[in-house]
Unconditional design. Structure first.
Lengths: 450, 114
């Protein structure tokens, strides 16, 4: 064999290692068989078929491709968020934000994979991808909005508005930045745990939480596309507490997690062959409820930041959302400074960018509300159980009389015991007795030699 | 495209070729017999092996100067499945714009039925 042939064989063996161990024989078989194919184009075509097989079977390549794609997305988001000019007052805080976010996004999944295991269902994988996409979109959008908020404008009228609205001349990373990073880290960590193999969360639970969460997020976004801004004057955003949309948002905030938990519990119980332990059911319902509020909050935050950014850049959206004058509510002497169109436009932009802080409040408050609800429900159930337990008669004790014995069922209990009786007969009479229709056969009995 | 047996036209070609030769046969021989390219033939063989219809092994004594070859033949279950599939309407219709695969020889199907 020539040197080139040996190198080709070595490269092929290396490529064969990309496919799972059980498939390597097939890849090597194609290489071995190529020696029988007439040299030239036909042999090349034969080996090209082998390359196709490797590409098809190589999970490693797919995984490497996914990692490369992820690294490229993180790099693109970091590049977009990275402050271009050190003249901006927001630059130090933005740099800290970007570096910490990149560390979180890159490090936490590795840690989770090592400690908790990879996701083992399609909904879990999609949930992780969605969470990453949301956080990666949030990174540059938030940086752009904050850059706008903390960069003094050039025009004198706009600068007066900026200073009247409390525009700072210096910004260093403070407590709020740290809290935001901690919250994002907690979100990422919670999603990674929920989707990990060790958490044992059913795919149906994840699906229920995400669907309810997206519905809740959509309604919340419609109510508050600019961070619960009372200054937005579009009739579509009346900000009234009795508005039907607002009522729906309240209903979904309180009822969405409960509905998702109920659905998740039913699906989980129905999918189990025997009644699942109470601990497992509590875990599924808690995750479904938390996932609803977290997904909703993340959805409205990402969509809200994107809308605010678009509002800053696009005049038509700004004019549509803010066609009134009463902006920067509570800022004294502002109306005297809103003399010209650029100043008014700037006050709109500044109002929108300042109101985005409400989104981070939602990220914290929504899951907290769900947790409090969960604890309240759990305590209610627990206290109900405890009360029922106290009323039970204790053996040998002098407690109140026990409940009346249950009445016999109309069929004399035959139907209830039918499955057991059938299984017993099938075990005693293998090959002679077959269980009746509609009654599940014991797999051990079914497998017994007849 | 698959027929009522659930096998694609190309898989039926492979099954027919394997039926025709009850001894162990090589991938290249199968490719020549069926007219399939390696990139199509081997995924079919892998699927059939995964379903327990085909068994594979490495050649014990390779020819001098040649690498060991991978050999294939139908299992008993594969024989039965092939017989059932080839007994039906095995001749696949050509799709417009696509080259029709080589039809399964009638003699081959009859041999399987016997």
């Amino acid at each position: 064999m020539s040197g080139l042939g040996r190198a080709g064989a070595a490269a092929w063996r290396g490529a064969a290692r990309l496919v799972p161990a059980g498939r390597r024989d097939w890849v090597e078989a194609i290489w071995a068989e190529a020696a029988e194919v007439p040299p030239g184009l036909r042999r090349l075509a034969w080996r090209a078929g082998g390359v196709r097989l490797i590409a098809r079977e190589a999970v490693t390549v797919r995984r490497a491709g996914g990692l490369l794609l992820f690294a490229a997305a993180v790099a693109a988001a970091a590049r977009a968020a990275w402050p271009g000019s050190s003249a901006s007052l927001a630059t130090p805080a933005e740099r800290v934000d970007v570096v910490t976010m990149v560390l979180l996004l890159a490090g936490l999944p590795l840690l989770a994979r090592w400690c908790l295991g990879p996701p083992d269902s399609r909904p879990a994988r999609w949930l992780r991808i969605g969470c990453y996409a949301a956080l990666l979109a949030l990174l540059p959008a938030r940086a752009a909005v904050e850059r706008f908020s903390y960069t003094p404008p050039r025009g004198s009228a706009e600068l007066r508005v900026y200073l009247l609205a409390g525009g700072t001349t210096q910004r260093v990373p403070g407590g709020s930045d740290i809290i935001i990073l901690v919250v994002i880290g907690l979100y990422l960590g919670a999603i990674l745990w929920m989707t990990s193999r060790r958490a044992r969360i059913a795919p149906a639970t994840l699906a229920a939480g995400v669907i309810a969460g997206v519905a809740f997020g959509l309604v919340m976004y419609t109510v508050a596309p600019l961070g619960l801004s009372k200054q937005a004057t579009n009739p579509w955003l009346p900000g009234s507490d009795i508005d039907p949309l607002m009522l729906l948002a309240w209903l979904l905030l309180l009822g969405g997690p409960v509905a998702a938990a109920v659905v998740a519990d039913r699906r989980y119980t129905a999918a189990s062959s025997s009644p699942p332990p109470a601990g497992d059911r509590i875990r599924q319902t808690t995750v479904a409820a938390l996932l609803t509020s977290m997904t909703g909050a993340l959805f409205v935050t990402v969509a809200g930041f994107a809308t605010t950014l678009a509002m800053i850049k696009a005049a038509w959206l700004r004019n549509w959302l803010y066609h009134g004058q009463h902006l920067l509510y509570g800022v004294r002497n502002l109306s005297a400074n809103l003399k010209n169109a650029p100043a008014i436009a700037y006050s709109h932009q500044l109002t929108g960018s300042a109101d985005t802080g409400a989104f981070f409040a939602m990220l914290i408050i929504f899951p907290l509300i769900t947790l409090v609800l969960n604890i309240w429900v759990a305590l209610s159930v627990w206290s109900g159980d405890a009360a029922a337990g106290r009323s039970d008669p204790r053996p040998g004790g002098g407690g109140p009389p026990g409940p009346e014995p249950a009445q016999d069922p109309p069929d004399g209990g035959r139907l209830a015991g039918l499955a057991d009786a059938d299984a017993g007969l099938a075990a005693a009479l293998p090959g002679i007795y077959e269980p009746g229709p509609g009654i599940e056969q014991d797999p051990l009995v079914a497998a017994a030699p007849r | 495209m698959s027929d009522r047996s659930g096998f694609s036209a190309q898989t039926l070609l492979v099954l027919a070729a394997l039926c025709e030769q009850p001894q162990w046969c090589h991938g290249y021989a199968l490719a020549r017999q069926t007219g399939l390219k390696s990139g199509t033939l081997y995924p079919i063989l892998i699927r059939l092996a995964d379903r327990g219809l085909v068994e594979a092994c490495w050649q014990d004594e390779p020819q001098p100067g040649r690498p060991r070859r991978h050999l294939y033949r139908l299992t008993a279950g594969g024989m039965a499945a092939a017989a059932a599939a080839l007994a039906g309407p095995a001749e696949p219709a050509a799709q417009p714009g696509k080259r029709a695969p080589r039809p399964v020889p009638g003699a081959m199907a009859r041999a399987v039925q016997q």
